[in-house]
Design a protein around this ligand. Sequence first.
Ligand code: ADP
Ligand code: MG
Length: 387
Amino acid sequence: MLLDITDPLDSKKEEVKPNPILGIDFGTTNSIIAYCEKDLTKAIKISDKELLPSIVKLGHIEVSSVKRLFGKSYNEIMSGDFVSDDIKNLLYEENGQLYIKDGDRKIHITQIASKIFHKLKTEAEKELSIACEKVVVTVPAYFDEPSKKMVKDSAKLAGFDVVRLLAEPTSAAYYYGLDTKAEGNYIVYDLGGGTFDVSVLAMKMGAFKVVSIGGDQTLGGDDIDFAIARFLREKFSLKPTNDSEINKYAKELKHKLSNADYAEAQIEGQIISLTENELEEIAKPYIDRTLSILKKTIYESKIEDFSGIILVGGSTRLKSIRHAIAQNFPDIKILGDVDPDKIVAFGAAKQGYNLANKSGDLLIDVAPLSLGIELMGGVVERLIQRY
Ligand code: ADP
Ligand code: MG
């Protein structure tokens, strides 16, 4: 008689196998979930793409850039120009909490963001065929505690257990393996869809310290798209096609030019085109703005010797950014060729893998903002000074 022999330890092994800890870059424009296994780090595909547009559809409305609302007061949002009028019209405040009106319903902004986390979770579980619960999530270096808590709450609402929050620039630097070097000063230049962030990091005794930060919350690739659209409208005397349609073509031509010197598209039967020289000219004022912020942030760091600059964010695929940095900062080396869209998520995934495997290579991220406790009347007592 043949016995079906199974090793009882096998099923036990399955049970005790720790869930991998994944990494999430919750971006203003695009979000990514990534997975790390030893030397391999990869982004999970979502509808065949690796980036999930951070846009949430609620019935007949679309909410984009919800991350921009985090940590802001109702008055700040309504008086500022960092969110669209569509969002402003739907925004609603109750007991200091922000909601978006959707017909008769009101939806808390963390609930809206949780839909992005939820999509990332389901897609990761589908691809990896395991329950994905634990995650490392990245947040901008300038986020204060309430803003960070909102990111954490959004992830929790989607069923995630956030084991660590990591500053976006620290995550990018960590992915480069800069943590293994004893000392060094680095710059992270991050130009996304709607925001520009620059951070100076000093690596000392196994910890990244964010020494100075700068940026512009209303400067990004979207502005370049609008400028290209204005240019195209004039150059080709485009009929009054709606703006969002022309913006879409503008973005498409811009993307094509990162691998070519000439790009064309067809809009309502008409051929439109853009050359690299034209794009360089159009993007120049925006890139110049990033360069002056970069100079100021370097100046404020009081650091003079840098081991390198890391380019992060989809917009750094613009060829003219590399040229401009090389020309203006000839002594600062542009580091490696890592995918600027994914490096932040990859750093978080690498950190997740190391946490799950209890590797000694643990990263300590140092808070760039002062920490404090709020006393009665809103006075903040600083416990730890910012650098
Ligand atoms: P965020 O951090 O705000 O979520 P991303 O880092 O995903 O943003 O960057 C999105 C921006 O990158 C968009 O403006 C997009 O047009 C731009 N981008 C993506 N690919 C390219 C490319 N090949 N050339 C120029 N810009 C690009
Ligand atoms: Mg980003």
